[in-house]
Structures are given as C-alpha cells and as structure tokens.
Design a binder for this molecule. Structure first.
Ligand code: X8Z
Ligand code: ZN
Length: 613
C-alpha cells in the first residue's frame, strides 16, 4: 500500500490541532494589525521611528551638502544635475517620513521627541508634491534658478562682462548716476528669464506644503518660530514699529545729503530715494556711501578698508576673524577648513559667490565659500560666516534634528554680534590700527554702523512680506514686479531708477529669491544681534556706552555664548535666549540703546526737513 493511503488517527488529531493553532495565530496577527492601524501607536514606536529617520536624514544631508558644494563651486550642467539628484532623494525621503509620521499625530510624547516630529515637518524649505515627476520638476527648477543667479553677468557695450562681485564693487564706488543706472539695470536683466520658472516653483512647492497640512509655503516658513504664524507676524509688526523711527531719521538724513550731491532732479528731496544711488545693487546696506554724507573720518571714525588693505589679503582677513573667536575660548577651525574653503573668486569658472558657511558632515567639516574683497564690509561678512561655523560646531553633539539654530534668526545673528565688537579699540589691540582711538566723537562710527544695519531693517523685512503674499496667492504672477516695488516703497522708501514693468522680474536679481532662502531671519537677526551683543558686553563686565564695547579676549564671555550655542535647536528659542540674555522676548531695546546718540544727532541735523516720502 502506498504510504499515502496509510491512515493515522493520531496524526489527524495532531494535524487538526496544528491547523487550529495556526488559524488562531493568523487571527491574532490580523487582529493585532487592525488594532495597530486603528489605535494610537506607542511612544516607544514613535521613538524608534524617529531614531531611524534621524539616521537616514543625517546620511542624506551629507550627500546633499557635498553635491551642492561642488555645484556651487563649479557651476556646470552636470553638477546641476548631480545636485538635483541628491536634493531630490532627500526631498523624497523627507516627504515620505512626514507622511509616515502622521501616524503619531496626537500621541502624547516626551517634549524632546514631540519637538523632533514638529521639526521634521518643517524641515523642507521647499516641500515637494508626493508625485515623483512633479517633485523632480520642482527640484530641477530650484537648482537651475540658483545656478542662473551664480552665472549672472552684465556685459557692457565695450564688451566687458561684470559678475556680481564686480557689480557690487562698481556700485560701491561709482558716483556717476548714469553709470550707476546702467549697471543697476544690467544686473537686474539677469532675472526676467527666471520669472516663469519661479512661478512654477511657487505652485509646485505650495502643492507640497498643502499635502503636509500647511496653507502654503509661507505659512510653513512662519511656523518655525515656536508660536503660531499669526503671532509671529504680529511680533514682526511690533519690532518694525519699534525701529521704524530710527530708520526714518536715517532715511531723511541720507536723502538730504544725496539730494545735495546729485541735485533735486535726481533725488527728490521729499520723495523716495532712487535705489541705484545707495552704494549697493539692492539698496540693502548703505555703508558704501558714507563719504557722501559729509561726516569726516578724521573726526573720530576709522576707515577699516584702508587698514585692511595695508596689512591683509583675503585669507589673512579670515585668520583675524578666527582670532576673535579663539580669543573667547572657541577652538581653532580645523585644518580642513583652510584646505577646503573658497576665499577668492576663481578666475576661470562660474561659482555662486554669495557668501555662505557650510557644515558638510554635520560634525567637523566646516567651510566658508566667499569671494572676498579686501574691504570693511567683507570683514564683517567673514565674522558673520564664521559665526555660522562656530554655531554648527557648538551643537554638533546634539541629535540630528536639533543641529540647527534656536531659530534661523539666531543663526544669522551670532557672527554679527561678534562683528559689532570690532571697535576701534579692538582694531588697535590686534595691531590693525596704529594709534589708540580717541573717545571724543562716536558719531562717525555710529553712522557707519547705521548705514549698514539700520538701513537694512526694512529690506530684511520686505523680502518675505513679498514672498509670503506670493506663496499665498495674494500677489499673482502677473503682479510680481508691481507688488515688489510697492513694498520697496512702503518699507524702505526707495524707488526704481527707471520705469519697471511685468517684463522685469526684479526680485529674482536678489540671491535669496532665486535660491529660495527665507529672509525674515535677517530682519530678526539684526535685532537679536544687538541683544546678544549687549548680553555679551554685560558678561564681560563692561559698563561704558554700548557702542564702544568689545569683549575680545574674554573667555568668560565666550563660555556663556557657547552655552547658548551648544543647545542648538533642542529647546524653544525663548529658552536659548534666556540662557544668554535673561529675557525671553526678541525686542529692539538693545539696538535702540546702541544708536540712541546717533538718533539724537540725526534728529538735530534733520530739523526742518520732511520725514518720510
Ligand atoms: O546672505 C547673507 C549672508 C549669508 S547667510 C552673507 N546675508 C544677507 C544678504 O546678503 O542679503 C547677510 C546679511 C543679509
Ligand atoms: Zn548668514
């Protein structure tokens, strides 16, 4: 008898038992699955999910950094494609993680973990649609706009082509209004080809934002400040109202002096200032026209550009910058910083010259990329960029999600609060200024600082006032340029040097619009850096007038600063602010205190002059 006809009763029983048990297990498994789908998952699962997400994103971020570093240092079609690949992968994974994380919505989590989930959702500046083709389209456009900005040039009639470094240089020194107008228009002509792609980029990233639960990209950006987007907007309004009178005093004085220089036909004495006459392609910082204001340097000011030119080259300027931080107890920059950074514009290739600081491996691979010119403003920018690097290194031991500034305004403010301490006394102490400064007259130095920092305030605010409305749809693509100039007028009191139309796309001639970098951070930073500076001065036991304070060499001050920096983004920003300043609110009292003597002086000078436009 073939074995298969053999009948075993015991076997049947056992088989039935096994079958029953298996069925029970299958049911149990199914039931558990249904349970898992329909009931809240556990905090432990959330923790495990986040651990994996952090590891994955940390890994991808290094790939993005490397690809972007190469792309911005060697702009070619190939490097653009490679950067787009890396960004696309990172965006795809982040989008998927945000989707999966929805499962933990509403679950009670320890505060640190809950914060990480919130930060994950906010982590993409350009959120992308889930659809892979649309995501790819968005990423490709984003990289191409950044590259177009980097490649931008204006070629003059004589065949000479000017990149942005050359244009900035020319606009800072030329005093010929016709030439300035020509070069201003030449630079702005890089942008119209970006217009179509920009509006498509806006539509695609808005779709991405909506898919992860935000009204639009602007709402997502405004959600990154540990308060509601509405509260944040109200806070900006409060801060702007605090500093606006100071800006108006400066605007009035500068317009008057420019009207004297160029005549009322070029500068209307009671209207907006033409934007090409302020020493900068975007009229965002005005320090380059200091010499037109009739306040002489020999009466108390220091010409930092001249001092630098006597002694330093680009790298030497960075060494001095590093020296300020090490004097406060920060470790020197690693050897790779000096090997891998870009300090001067290469002669033979296109690079994105706009200054930036990098943390390529989220640990020690710090770099700056900058086309340094030997001049005072670049010395400030060097301290600004090194501030980013010092912050990055201070929080390197935080978990990946917390490796960031307490908010983006903090990140922008660190280096500038150090740059405020580049006082004449400091310059003397480090041997750049021969004679010890006289304390008799602070106005020249204060005026220079105001041209750089107070003049910047409305510009720092208006860029995202424009962009938020663009993202929300309140400004339609057909009105991009008109709305841009309406806000330039409203906040800055500047006007374009010639008639503009919707054939132009003037916002695209500004790096952060082309490269999709949020801008409100710089407005916040301009106020915060004075709060930081005042706190650092107090820490160094300084008691004189705020504008003369330097804390060069104070290890105690450095240690306090580092305490805040090392927190990264692990706590809501008011906690970080409290560590350094004792307060929990951004407020303009420090910047107003710093400039109080200048404002008094300006208002005396301005007597009888019309304020505003
Ligand atoms: O973009 C920058 C830095 C790099 S984060 C150089 N800044 C803004 C600008 O240039 O428009 C610094 C001040 C404002
Ligand atoms: Zn910066």
């Amino acid at each position: 008898m073939p074995q298969y006809e053999f009948y075993c009763h015991a076997c049947k029983k056992t088989f039935t038992k096994i079958l029953m048990k298996s069925l029970a297990l299958v049911f149990l498994f199914l039931a558990m699955n249904v349970y898992a789908q329909t009931t809240a998952p556990t905090a432990a699962e959330a923790q495990e999910f986040m651990n994996k997400a952090e590891a994955q994103l940390a890994d991808l971020s290094v790939k993005v950094q490397r690809a972007s570093w190469v792309q911005e240092n060697f702009i070619t079609d190939d490097t653009e494609a490679m950067a787009a690949d890396a960004i696309d992968e990172n965006t795809a994974v982040t989008t998927e993680l945000v989707e999966q994380a929805k499962r933990f919505d509403g679950l009670a989590l320890p505060p640190e973990l809950a914060r990480k989930f919130m930060l994950l959702k906010l982590s993409l500046t350009a959120p992308a649609p889930k659809d892979a083709a649309l995501r790819r389209e968005m990423t490709t456009i984003g990289v191409s706009l950044d590259a177009d900005y980097g490649k931008g040039k204006y070629c003059r009639k004589n065949g000479e082509c000017l990149d942005i470094t050359a244009i900035e240089k020319l606009m800072s020194t030329s005093r010929d209004p016709e030439e300035l107008k020509e070069v201003w228009a030449g630079w702005h002509a890089i942008a119209p080809p970006m217009r179509q792609r920009y509006s498509r980029f806006v539509a695609l990233s808005n779709q991405g934002a909506r898919e992860i639960g935000f009204k639009d990209v602007g709402a997502l950006w405004r959600a990154g400040y540990d308060m509601t987007p509405e509260e944040f907007s109200a806070d900006l309004e409060r801060l702007w109202n605090q500093v606006r009178p100071l800006y108006l005093s400066l605007h009035t004085f500068v317009r008057w002096k420019l009207a004297e220089k160029y005549g009322p036909n070029v500068v209307p004495p009671d209207g907006p200032i033409p934007a090409h006459l302020l020493g900068n392609p975007w009229a965002q910082e005005w320090e380059n026209i200091y010499d037109l204001l009739g306040v002489q340097e020999d009466k108390g000011g220091v010409n930092v550009t001249e001092l630098l030119k006597k002694k330093l080259d680009a790298k030497g300027m960075v060494k001095y910058g590093e020296g300020f931080y090490t004097s406060m107890g920060f470790a020197p920059l690693p050897p790779t910083f000096w090997e891998r950074s870009l300090f001067t514009k290469p002669a033979d290739r296109d690079v994105v010259c706009h200054a930036s600081a990098w943390d390529v491996d989220n640990m020690d691979d710090l770099r700056v990329k900058m086309c340094i010119q030997v001049r005072g403003v670049d010395f400030v920018t060097i301290h600004h960029e090194l501030g980013h690097n010092m912050y990055q290194r201070a929080y390197k031991d935080q978990p990946f999600m917390f490796k960031n500034g307490a908010n983006d305004g903090f990140h922008e403010a660190i280096g500038d609060s150090i740059a405020l301490a580049i006082t004449p006394e400091y310059l003397h102490r480090v041997g750049l200024l021969e004679n010890a400064p006289e304390d008799s007259n602070d106005i020249p130095e204060l005026l220079k600082q105001a041209l750089e920092r107070v003049a910047f305030l409305p510009f720092g605010l208006m860029i995202d006032q424009w962009r938020w409305k663009v993202f929300s749809g309140e400004i339609a693509p057909a009105d991009y340029n008109k709305a841009w100039w309406a806000l330039r007028l409203k906040y800055q009191g500047v006007a374009p040097p010639m008639t503009r139309s919707e054939a132009d796309f003037d916002p695209g001639a500004k790096f952060h619009v082309a490269a999709n970098v949020p801008y409100t951070r710089y407005f916040l930073a301009m106020i915060l850096e004075f709060q930081f500076y005042r706190a650092l001065c107090h820490e160094s036991v300084y008691t004189g007038p705020l504008n003369r304070c330097t804390f060069y060499g104070s290890k105690k001050t450095g240690a306090k600063f580092n305490q805040m920096l090392a927190m990264g983004q692990s706590k809501p920003w008011p906690d970080a602010l409290e560590v350094l300043t004792g307060g929990r609110q951004v407020d303009a009292s420090a910047i107003l205190e710093y400039f109080a003597p200048l404002q008094k002086w300006l208002d005396e000078q301005n007597k009888g002059k019309k304020v505003g436009w």
